[in-house]
Every structure is written in structure tokens, then in C-alpha cells.
Design a protein around this ligand. Structure first.
Ligand code: NAI
Length: 302
């Protein structure tokens, strides 16, 4: 049960995938980090940046060795077969159910019979991601929801389904705590689980306060951040960090998933968010979100 993971594959070298890979490498694992072919070559900088930050900010226990050599970059087309050699596969691709489902189908044909597969989805139903897979696959499948930035946000939500083998969950619980230094909480497979459902609610109310009540972005970040004892990166800075495209996917997935929830309307995608995403204003990953990276210039409503 208390068996450490030695090798992993992280699928998706975006904001979360690179950082999760860095975190695992810091914890001593050898990690294959894979993405779409067109994107993986220019992901090198991103990967390196994530590593540098991880080295600087992760708890000292993870710092004993240089980690770069433990992460092996590759692309889905040429290097997908590498997942056959790993103990744990973490899916961290775009927040779209059909993309994740397709990846699971592909994975099932390649992985070992004892490999554990998890998804880093922000809120899609875990059970649905593994729909159509064999019982043996589903028994080794669960949600492992890391929080951004994983190098210093300690929370790791584990989301088993009704098929997840209890031993798989126990192993992940043990390794999350002792191997990765996380605070592990077991969450139910409900839309957006626990922390992200609450977090999204706060972000959506912050957006509403900005668009309809005349508060500035800075005021809302101050009110929801340092002034109430939370980190500087509160509502809008957090949204920039998450990525406005991902934020939009998350609420667009959530809204139809909670038809009878009395708080549902809070999660209706605001027009301003759609507009920002459609113009490529995606947050820190593009250098411009609610804040502009270079000079901290703040977006105005008009
Ligand atoms: P991202 O947009 O930075 O990266 C997504 C990656 O998926 C990209 O590198 C892209 O090349 C790849 N991708 C896109 N379409 C694909 C396809 N058809 N097949 C395979 N790969 C494809 O996204 P991010 O932020 O890293 O999110 C990844 C996952 O982690 C999502 O499920 C998201 O909801 C979740 N998550 C995100 C957090 C955040 O703060 N950004 C926090 C916690 C979870």
C-alpha cells in the first residue's frame, strides 16, 4: 500500500503540467512530460521557468539535487509509448471532457496493468472522464487536483469514483502526504469538487462587483487579498494565474452541471470574460490579463 511512485508521465505541458512535473521531479521521480507535437518544442522555456521557480520556492526537502535531468520532454505523436514504462500517469491537458476522454482511451491501450492514472481536471466529473474504459482501468483511476502554483499551494484534492480501488486511493493519499508534501483532502465527485467550487464562486462575485458595482480591480484584490489575511494574489491576480481561457472552460462546464443549484446564476459566464478570451487576453500565460505582466497596468472596463 505504501509504495512510492518512481516514474510518472504528465500529459499536457501547460501551466499545471509543467509545474506538476517539476514538483514530482523535486520529489525524486523521473517524469515524462508530453504535449501536442506543435507545441512541445517551444514549451522548453516554460518548462525551464517552472523548474527554476520550483527550485526556488518548493520546501527545502525537495532541493537536494538538480532536477532538470529527471524530466524528459516529448510529444504525444512520437513519444506516447513512454507511458508504458511509468507507475503513474497524470493528465493535465485542456479542460474539455471530450479531449480528456479520448486521451484515456489512448492510454488504456498502452499502460501497464498496475499503472495508476489520474486527472488534474478542475471540475469535470471524474467518472465521466473514464467512461467507456474497462473496469480494471477505472479501478486505477481517480482525480488528483493540484492547486496553482503547486510548488507552494499545499492542497491536493483526491477524488475517487465509485470504481476506484480503495488501495489505490490509500496509496495516493500516503504518497501525496509523505512523498509530495501535500495536505491531502478526499473530495466527492461533485461539480468542481470542494475548493474550486468555493474559489470559483468568489472569483465570479469579484467579477460581478467589478462589472456592475463600480469597484476597481485593485480594490477587489485588496478586499479579498492582503487586507483579509490572504496572499496578494487574490481574485483577479489568481484569475490571471489560472488563465482566463481555463477559467471560462471551468464555468462553462459547471453551469450546465448544476441545473438545480440555487447559486447557479453566479456561474453564468460573464460577457467580459468571453470577450477577453476571444481577443487572446488569457492572463499571465500571454502577458496580459486583468493585469499586464510588464508594468502591472490594469485592464479598464472600456
Ligand atoms: P494550459 O492551457 O496551460 O495547458 C493545457 C495543455 O493542453 C496545453 O499545453 C495544450 O497544448 C494541451 N492540449 C490542448 N489541446 C489538446 C488536445 N486536443 N490534446 C492534448 N493536449 C491538448 O492549461 P492548464 O492551466 O495547465 O490546465 C490543465 C488542466 O489542469 C485542466 O484540466 C485545468 O482545468 C486543470 N487545472 C488548472 C489550474 C490552473 O490554475 N490553470 C489549476 C488546477 C487544475
Amino acid at each position: 500500500m505504501n509504495k512510492p511512485f518512481r516514474t510518472a508521465a504528465v500529459l499536457g505541458a501547460g501551466i499545471m503540467g509543467t509545474q506538476i512535473a517539476a514538483h514530482l521531479a523535486n520529489a525524486g521521480l523521473t517524469v515524462h512530460l508530453l504535449d501536442l507535437p506543435a507545441q512541445s518544442s517551444d514549451k522548453n522555456d516554460l518548462v525551464e521557468t517552472a523548474f527554476k521557480k520550483a527550485l526556488k520556492l518548493s520546501p527545502p526537502i525537495f532541493f537536494t539535487k538538480k532536477i532538470a535531468h529527471r524530466v524528459i520532454l516529448g510529444n504525444f505523436e512520437e513519444h506516447f509509448h513512454r507511458v508504458a514504462d511509468v507507475d503513474w500517469v497524470i493528465e493535465a491537458v485542456v479542460e474539455k471532457l471530450d479531449v480528456k476522454q479520448q486521451l484515456m482511451q489512448q492510454l488504456e491501450t498502452v499502460i501497464r496493468a498496475d499503472t495508476i492514472v489520474s486527472t488534474n481536471t478542475s471540475g469535470l466529473p471524474i467518472q465521466a472522464i473514464a467512461e467507456g474504459r474497462s473496469l480494471s482501468f477505472r479501478q486505477r483511476f481517480l482525480g488528483t487536483h493540484f492547486f496553482n502554483p503547486p510548488r507552494y499551494l499545499k492542497l491536493l484534492e483526491l477524488i475517487p469514483t465509485s470504481d476506484t480501488n480503495p488501495d489505490v486511493l490509500k496509496r495516493m493519499q500516503w504518497f501525496g502526504r509523505s512523498g509530495l508534501g501535500k495536505g491531502v483532502v478526499i473530495a466527492k465527485d461533485t461539480p468542481n469538487f470542494i475548493a474550486n467550487r468555493i474559489g470559483m464562486y468568489a472569483v465570479m462575485l469579484g467579477l460581478q462587483a467589478w462589472t456592475t458595482q463600480g469597484y476597481t480591480i485593485e480594490e477587489i484584490d485588496a478586499l479579498t487579498g492582503t487586507l483579509v489575511g490572504r496572499p496578494k494574489s487574490a481574485t483577479f491576480r489568481t484569475a490571471d494565474l489560472v488563465g482566463l481561457d481555463t477559467l471560462l472552460y471551468v464555468i462553462e462546464n459547471l453551469y450546465p452541471a448544476i441545473p438545480n443549484d440555487e447559486s447557479r446564476e453566479v456561474f453564468r459566464a460573464p460577457e467580459v470574460l468571453r470577450k477577453l478570451v476571444s481577443t487572446g487576453t488569457l492572463g499571465a500565460k500571454t502577458g496580459q490579463g486583468f493585469y499586464k505582466k510588464q508594468n502591472q497596468q490594469i485592464l479598464s472596463l472600456n
